[in-house]
Write a protein that binds this ligand. Structure first.
Ligand code: NAP
Length: 302
């Protein structure tokens, strides 16, 4: 039996592991894919205190190694179900069943899709959710980014140094990205902003050839682009917990700053909980809080 099982090896989950190991607990981290979470797609982290410039992949590597060195066990298996047996929790993966005293859900969030007909088939054929992963394939080409948050604008900036031209398509007239990023976008001569428009069709002949956009007045136009980068936000990965954990209407785990869920002994940390600011620094802060609360809970078990 483990003291604490942490589901998810992103910054929140791995920070939980660091804190739980330092409190002398036996810790297992379960991760479906690879460690690091969303941050591995960020080229240069500028806003993490005392680490002005570090790549997302280096950040992930450092935090992973730190957790492992402190004694965390990390197993790459997808969690498909959890059960509450009051004083113990059961975590079921595709291959195994694990038991622990306290559980921390740190599964983060996955890319939101536009929901267009051939979106899945065109993935990797001109359609991408990760500019820093796939941008270099489109050197000197015309590309488009859809979205109006920090991710979309940062993607557009990143691509503007590689591509010939970047169309930035947003469904409203105002971006929700930070002003500093908006200023940088406005200064780029090869980024053309298209407001009040949605991407409504992907035209392809095996690979993406153009996109159709429809504006608020229902006027349709076609943009010839080699790639479309979709950055329209994330969806929390809580589907497998919904049976017992209270979720918000939009699928986030309902919890306060203390990271407690509705079930005693089950905690949440990071982007998959209801919160006002989803940043690296708030994810790691959650990780520390959730682990500290989990340790307190275990120490008080009779
Ligand atoms: P986000 O802030 O939720 O923005 C999503 C954007 O996509 C919004 O502009 C939204 O439009 C648009 N959108 C949503 N669904 C759409 C649809 N079906 N069709 C067209 N547009 C759609 O997501 P994000 O940019 O991925 O950022 C997520 C979180 O990470 C945020 O808290 C962000 O600040 C943070 N982040 C921080 C950094 C950084 O600090 N360096 C970098 C990246 C992300 P509306 O505006 O109309 O809703």
């Amino acid at each position: 039996m483990y003291d604490i099982i942490i589901v998810g090896a992103g910054p929140a989950g791995l920070t939980s592991a660091i804190y739980a190991c330092r409190a002398q607990k036996k810790v297992l981290v379960l991760e479906a894919l690879t460690y690091g979470g969303q941050i591995i797609n960020t080229l240069d982290i500028e806003n993490y205190p005392a680490a002005a410039h570090i790549s997302g992949s280096d950040f992930a590597k450092n935090i992973y190694n730190q957790a492992k060195e402190l004694g965390a066990e990390v197993v790459f298996e997808k969690v498909i179900d959890i059960n509450d047996n009051i004083n113990t929790k059961e975590v079921i993966t595709q291959n195994n069943k694990y038991i622990c005293k306290a559980l921390i859900l740190a599964t983060g969030a996955d890319n939101r899709k536009l929901g267009l007909d051939n979106e899945d088939e065109l993935l990797g054929k001109g359609l991408s959710y990760c500019a820093t992963c796939d941008g270099s394939f489109f050197k000197g080409k015309d590309v488009a980014v859809v979205g109006g948050g920090n991710s979309a604008l940062e993607d557009a900036l990143y691509l503007s140094d590689i591509a010939n031209k970047v169309y930035l398509i947003h469904r409203r007239e105002e971006f929700r990205a930070e002003n500093i990023t908006i200023d940088k976008v406005n200064k780029k001569s090869n980024i053309e902003i298209i407001y009040n428009s949605n991407v409504t069709k992907l035209n392809a002949n095996n690979v993406l050839e153009s996109i159709e956009i429809t504006n608020n007045e229902n006027k349709v136009s076609v943009l010839k682009v080699s790639a479309l980068f979709i950055a329209v936000g994330k969806i929390p990965e809580n589907q497998n917990f919904a049976k017992i954990i209270n979720l918000s209407e939009t699928g986030y785990v309902i919890a306060n700053e203390d990271c407690h869920t509705n079930i005693e002994g089950i905690f949440v940390a990071g982007d998959n909980r209801v919160k006002s600011l989803r940043q690296l620094v708030t994810a790691t802060a959650d990780g520390a809080i959730a682990a500290t609360e989990a340790v307190k809970y275990i120490n008080n078990l009779k």
